[in-house]
Write a protein that binds this ligand. Structure first.
Ligand code: ATP
Length: 234
């Protein structure tokens, strides 16, 4: 059974349609990439899956259960981890207080903590540092670490590599690979810059103006894009 199944999802704001009939599926332990330019609707799609934006039509199924239109707090309790583009941590708390908070709301947290601490060294090294004094990349790492502690088997990450320096990006790619291998976690990664997604994903969906215009294995999707650019100048 797929972990996540999105069927013909349409939504938007006011009278403006932003996501147009999007369908995608995420199998157990799979990494799915959603790539598309600025304003294509990636964040809106993610937020409508997670219950922050109400779907107008279509279906969202999590492990065979219909979660369409459920409020965000209920969806998060079911065990879908969310790493938003910004935030996702409590900046006025220390690194360790953020971790403790995640452990308190999670069934699997304690079992995963030692592995998560190995992957994300800042948990030990910066234990008592206030989260707001971490660099942007370190804050992102903390946000991902706490999401793994609370998630059951699926994490959705919105632009995790945005604004990261190359070294931090490398660390992020390694961390995401580890998360999948050690916890069998399925990942949905939305990115404007396709680098990370092309490296990690099993299937890539390309979204433009709210619609999926292509999907397939990373190499296939890239090939089409290169050809399009070369011959059609698009
Ligand atoms: P980016 O890569 O720049 O983050 P994105 O692909 O995530 O873009 P969205 O943030 O989903 O795209 O935005 C899609 C469209 O929806 C944009 O035109 C944006 O202005 C609009 N939009 C997003 N949030 C709202 C909102 N709360 N109210 C009204 N319009 C919104």
């Amino acid at each position: 059974m797929n972990v996540l199944e999105v069927k013909d999802l349409t939504t938007g704001y006011g009278k403006t349609t932003v996501v147009r009939g999007v369908s995608l599926s995420v199998g157990p332990g799979m990494v799915i990439g959603i790539i598309g330019p600025n304003g294509a609707g990636k964040t809106t799609l993610i937020r409508s899956i997670l219950g922050y934006v109400r779907p107008w039509s279509g279906r969202v199924m999590y492990r065979g259960v219909d979660i369409t239109g459920l409020p965000a707090h209920k969806i998060s309790k079911l065990g879908i981890g969310y790493v938003p583009e910004r935030g996702g941590i409590l900046r006025s708390l220390t690194v360790w207080e953020n971790v403790e908070l995640a452990l308190r709301t999670s069934e699997h947290g304690e079992d995963r903590l030692s592995e998560v601490t190995k992957i994300f060294r800042i948990i030990d090294e910066r234990r008592n540092q206030l989260a707001r004094t971490l660099s942007g990349g370190e804050q992102r790492m903390l946000s991902i670490a706490t999401a793994i502690l609370t998630a059951k088997d699926l994490m959705i990450l919105d632009e995790p590599s945005a604004g990261l320096a190359p070294l931090m990006r490398r660390k992020l790619a390694e961390a995401l690979r580890d998360i999948r291998e050690r916890f069998g976690m399925s990942l949905v990664i939305a990115e404007q810059d396709p680098t990370l997604v092309l490296e990690l994903a099993d299937t890539v969906y390309v979204i433009e103006m709210g619609s999926i215009v292509r999907s397939g294995k990373p190499q296939e999707v890239v090939k089409v894009d290169v050809l399009r650019e070369h011959y059609l100048g698009m």
